[in-house]
Design a protein around this ligand. Structure first.
Ligand code: MTE
Length: 322
């Protein structure tokens, strides 16, 4: 196929990434892409299209965020492809609390109140603590990282996330030596997030990592994206990003983190255990029953790339599974 791309390595010169100026002006979010483009993109991926895509909903800013953004990029984390345009990412979301139609969370998620927000860290830790959103900006070294995100549905994005490594947060609460897993939970507000009225699903959304995965340098807590705080459809005000795993592991709008000594049940692994494994590492050789995994298609550009083991992050994570 003429548009098949076989990169030699996951790294590339920084200059090949989309320049910051394309997306960094937080007040000037692009308004131009037509509904036709969205419809074409969504139907291309075999998804329905909702009536209300809303890529321009106002972003909530606290005073501290006004001062902090945009945040310096950590150039250690680079891409082998251009950054996905924000106007595409903002209206193509998996956020089942709000809808199963990709363009709907951009509208429906705006009903979620994300400030104030509390995140409780509990369980097998020496110093359990509940954090406010501003605590993260005060306590953490906030940085921007360019990561690939690969959905098990065989589409992919390349995203500038703003946040901090999960390990830095765990260091504050001090996991006990018998903690083996880190479990995370999304909010539960079925009257705001009406997808949660689907009684046959195990709400609230949950995900988990082993403690070794949780303290890996790549495991990132995102507070922002594209140089500003997270939009609600992307999991405001705080979400996980684990770039070597399929996107469903990157749980959104987290309210609780619990350190435990067993492998917990998680949302998709409970719904369809044969389709969504607990580990869920990106692997081109293991097909999902509905999506072949050998290649992936970039949102927006439609470029097709060969899928790489661990989404190309083999160097950082292969030792976890050796
Ligand atoms: N987190 C919650 N709480 N609910 C969800 O439905 N979907 C997951 C993940 N996190 C999901 C979630 C899936 S399947 C993917 S691919 C990514 O979020 C999509 O993130 P994005 O919408 O920001 O691209």
């Amino acid at each position: 196929m003429s548009n098949l791309i076989f990169p030699k390595s996951w790294n590339m010169a920084e200059g090949e990434a989309t320049p910051e100026s394309v997306y960094m002006n937080r007040r000037d979010f692009i308004k131009g892409t037509s509904i036709t483009t969205l419809a074409a993109t969504a139907s291309f991926y075999g998804c329905g299209i909702g009536p209300t895509p809303n890529r321009n909903a106002p972003i909530e800013w606290s005073a501290i965020e006004e001062k902090i953004y945009p945040v310096k990029r950590n150039t250690k984390y680079s891409l082998d492809r251009s950054i996905t345009e924000e106007k595409i990412a903002a209206i193509f979301n998996n956020f089942f609390e709000f809808s199963e139609i990709k363009s709907d969370p951009s509208f429906h998620a705006q009903a979620l109140s994300t400030r104030p927000w509390k995140l409780e860290i509990t369980g097998l830790v020496n110093k359990p603590r509940t954090f406010d959103l501003d605590d993260f900006y005060k306590l953490m070294d906030i940085e921007e990282r360019l990561y690939r995100l690969r959905c098990v549905e065989a589409w992919a994005m390349a995203v500038p996330w703003t946040g901090f490594p999960l390990k830095a947060l765990l260091d504050i609460v001090e996991p006990k030596s018998n903690a083996t897993h880190v479990a995370m939970t999304t909010f539960y507000k079925p009257f705001t997030a009406q997808g949660q009225l689907a009684f046959w699903r195990p709400w609230p959304y949950t995900e988990a990592l082993t403690i070794e995965e949780a303290i890996n340098e790549l495991t990132f807590m995102a507070l922002g994206m594209y140089g500003h705080p997270l939009r609600k459809q992307h999991g405001a005000p705080i979400r996980l990003v684990v770039p070597w795993k399929y996107g469903f592991k990157s749980i959104k709008s987290i309210v609780k983190i619990e350190l435990i000594d067993y492998q917990p049940l998680t949302f998709w692994n409970t719904v369809l255990p044969l389709e969504y494994s607990f580990e869920a590492n990106v692997d081109p050789t293991i097909n999902h029953p509905r999506w072949l995994q050998a290649t992936e298609k970039m949102l927006g550009t439609g470029e097709v790339h060969k899928t790489r083991l661990y989404n190309g992050y083999e160097k950082q994570v292969a030792h976890l599974y050796g």
